[in-house]
Design a protein around this ligand. Structure first.
Ligand SMILES: Nc1nc2c(ncn2[C@@H]2O[C@H](COP(=O)(O)OP(=O)(O)OP(=O)(O)O)[C@@H](O)[C@H]2O)c(=O)[nH]1
Ligand SMILES: [Mg+2]
Length: 399
């Protein structure tokens, strides 16, 4: 699986064109290109992780989905002595855009959950199928919580239902009543771990024409488009971040340059000079951002017409900031206070002139750097949110 989310959706040529548009400050066209891609995701591969407890029937299920027997060449190895130890991808002939990943059983290595999730690269998958046998297990609850936390979706499979059917028959329990009871229990168990109950299928991988197997296959085919759209929508901020990287680096160099300038001039002991230099360098940096990344309001207004969304909505979303905490606030105010202290010291003809000069320079450059770096990160983040908000409606329309 590729680690770059952009490479998953765009070819090398398209990528170059996106980077070049962004470098020219044309963020609106970049977002419209993402929109165009969101409307045509056909052929984009979806990685589906099949996971669950050891021996729950994951590999047998994958073989059944692919219509192969366990002893056919290329089949996933199955059996109680044939534990799958590394994630392995299998293509589905009936749904070529889906790649099923056979993951090791949750307790295969005796790993604790976090270690296991890291080993199998848990967060890299687009969709999940949890396979569970005979009853809802603690690990099913844990896995489903982790999936929900990523705002991704999953199916829940109760495997080996042929065994359940047999034991119900032995106990003279009506099978359809028994099935309903299993589903009710699953729903109750998901609710007990605060997870929204997913689609639940009771299947036997030995009998693909019976129970919920045919329904599972058709549901997966139907849901494919919405899974793809959701995956793309979730990835928009990350895609924007990747596009922005090439531009962020040169801008950071300009910030460093302005920081030095601010410090160098701030060292001169003229009344008010460190203060004026810090303000002038910060203002120059701001203007440079606007020039390089586009004027915020203009971008929002321009985009609003192109994606048919009210500018007020786009603006409100992008202005959404993390809480104004003391931690975020303090580093910028402290250098400012130091600048003022240095000014007072110069005005009052303080004798510690070298100390004052050094403090003046340091506080002036610290103020410039912190404000500019924070503003840059803030503008880049708001572009990521802007792209996501602008494209959100389109994704919802597809569902
Ligand atoms: N009766 C019945 N047995 C099944 C079914 N699916 C799997 N099995 C059996 O369950 C055992 C384990 O199946 P696997 O598919 O290897 O299980 P797994 O989850 O891949 O196991 P690990 O890779 O070790 O985690 C095998 O003996 C299978 O034949 C089913 O639908 N019905
Ligand atoms: Mg296996």
């Amino acid at each position: 699986m590729t680690s770059s989310v952009l490479h998953k959706y765009f070819g090398a040529e398209e990528l170059r064109s996106l980077q070049s548009l962004y470098s020219k400050g044309d963020v609106v066209t970049v977002i419209l290109e993402l929109k165009r891609k969101a409307e045509d995701l056909a052929g984009v591969k979806i990685n589906v992780a099949v996971l669950g407890d050891v021996g729950s029937g994951k590999s047998t299920f994958i073989n059944a989905m692919r219509d192969v027997r366990s002893d056919d060449p290329g089949a996933a190895s199955t059996g109680n002595d044939e534990a799958s130890m590394v994630p392995t991808a299998y293509h589905l002939p009936s749904l070529p855009d889906i790649q099923l990943w056979d993951l090791p059983g949750l307790n295969s290595f005796g790993f604790e959950l976090n270690h296991y999730l890291k080993q199998v690269n848990f967060e890299s998958y687009d969709f999940y199928i949890i396979v569970s046998q005979s009853r809802f297990r603690e690990c099913d609850g844990e896995l489903s919580k982790r999936i929900q936390a990523q705002q991704k979706e999953f199916y829940y499979i109760r495997s080996k239902i042929d065994n359940d059917a047999y034991s119900m028959q032995m106990q003279r329990i009506d099978f359809s009543q028994g099935q309903m009871q299993i589903i009710r229990d699953c729903v109750k168990n998901f609710k007990s771990v605060a997870v929204k109950p997913p689609a639940i299928f009771l299947i036997s991988s030995f009998d693909v024409k019976e129970y919920d197997f045919p329904k599972l296959k058709s549901t997966l085919a139907t849901d494919l488009q919405s899974i793809r759209s959701n995956t793309f929508s979730r990835a928009i901020p990350e895609m924007m971040l990747e596009i922005q990287q090439s531009k962020r680096r040169p801008i950071m160099w300009v910030i460093v340059l302005l920081t030095f300038l601010s410090g160098a001039v701030g060292i001169i002991q003229a009344p008010g000079l460190p203060f004026l230099t810090a303000i002038a360098c910060t203002a120059a940096g701001w203007m440079y951002f606007q020039w390089q990344l586009g004027i915020r309001d203009l971008v929002v207004w321009n985009l609003s017409g192109r994606v048919n969304k009210p500018a007020s909505l786009l603006k409100t979303e992008t202005e959404h900031q993390p809480p104004f905490t003391l931690l975020r606030f303090a580093p910028k105010v402290l250098p400012f206070i130091l600048i003022v202290v240095c000014m007072i010291a110069v005005f009052t003809d303080c004798h510690y002139s070298v100390t004052v000069a050094v403090f003046g320079a340091m506080s002036s450059s610290a103020f410039t750097f912190l404000i500019l770096k924070d503003s840059l990160d803030d503008w880049l983040l708001s572009q990521q949110i802007l792209a996501k908000t602008a494209l959100q409606q389109e994704d919802d329309d597809h569902l």
